[in-house]
Design a protein. Structure first.
Length: 298
């Protein structure tokens, strides 16, 4: 407890005398003792493929009745956690509930498809209180406890799968780019756009294989080394910054024709040159007739 003293001067006129006096009023303000450690336990509850690493998540310990008690941390630090795994981060110098101050609400912030998203623990309108200055507290699904919880009882950081990317056009590359298709797509207005993989197949139902990979905001790809006389189908796999992915709708077919040239036919990308057959000229032989001369009889 800390005392603060304020001086006030009161004046009162009584008959002809002025009575003055000073009043010292002491106000006692409640401050909690500094607590050792609070361990806030989180696990990855994101979409399939999500991996949290490199301080992807911000965690704020908001003291709702006295801002100076608040604290900030990042998770998972230098660790890397796939879906279902997690760890506890430490908040030091937290304050013990004094009876008047020391209500804590934890705010977990993650940039998702719509931008920064805040999740509150225990909720937006309820609080945690720490009642001992010597204990180490753990926060999980059971609330504030003094025994380390198992991963199953860690609080969950959720993250949505990324938005689907739609192909806007897929067409033959033309004579200047034979044996290729040009694929274009549109990015959504997402805050966690990562990369786009162009997948190809000769059937609209798959199996699809990765043809090219592009980082946002690139939105066009030339898929080359395709086979002639074949129709190709494409889809875009959107991979967000956390590793989760979503496959978009399949495009209409892109037909790669057989390419012919003046010297032959291109069948697999190799030009075969036709052979010119040179004809043989036969030269005719001239026969010379013989003249018979008649005899004169006298």
């Amino acid at each position: 407890m800390v005392s603060k003293c304020f001086q006030f001067r009161f004046q009162h006129r009584f008959s002809t005398r002025l009575l003055s006096f000073l009043a010292c009023i002491c106000v006692r303000t409640a401050f909690g003792a500094v607590n050792g450690n609070v361990r806030f336990c989180l696990k990855n509850g994101g979409a399939t493929g999500t991996v949290f690493s490199n301080n992807d998540v911000s965690v704020y310990a908001d003291c709702t009745d006295y801002a100076a008690y608040s604290s900030t941390n990042r998770w998972p630090g230098n660790g890397s956690y796939a879906v279902g795994s997690g760890s506890c981060i430490t908040f030091s110098n937290m304050y013990v509930w004094s009876g008047l101050q020391g209500n804590y609400r934890f705010r977990v912030r993650l940039t998702d498809t719509s931008g920064p998203v805040d999740t509150y623990f225990p909720s937006a309108t309820t609080y945690y209180q720490f009642t001992s200055s010597s204990a180490t507290y753990y926060i999980g699904t059971s609330g504030v406890v003094t025994t380390a919880p198992t991963v199953a009882n860690y609080l969950t950081v959720t993250q949505l799968a990324p938005d689907s990317l739609s192909i806007t056009s897929a067409y033959y590359g033309g004579s200047s780019n034979p044996l290729s298709c040009i694929v274009n797509w549109a990015w959504p207005r997402s805050a966690d756009c990562g990369s786009a993989q162009v997948l190809q197949s000769t059937s609209p139902t798959g199996t699809f294989t990765v043809a090219t990979t592009h980082i946002w905001p690139n939105s066009s790809s030339m898929v080359s080394s395709l086979s002639p006389s074949t129709t190709y189908y494409f889809t875009i796999r959107h991979i967000d910054q956390y590793g989760a992915s979503t496959d978009g709708p399949v495009s209409s077919g892109c037909v790669v024709p057989v390419v012919t040239t003046s010297t032959g036919t291109t069948s697999t990308g190799t030009t075969s040159t036709g052979s010119t057959s040179t004809g043989t000229t036969s030269t005719g032989t001239s026969s010379t007739g013989t003249t018979s001369t008649g005899s004169t009889v006298a």
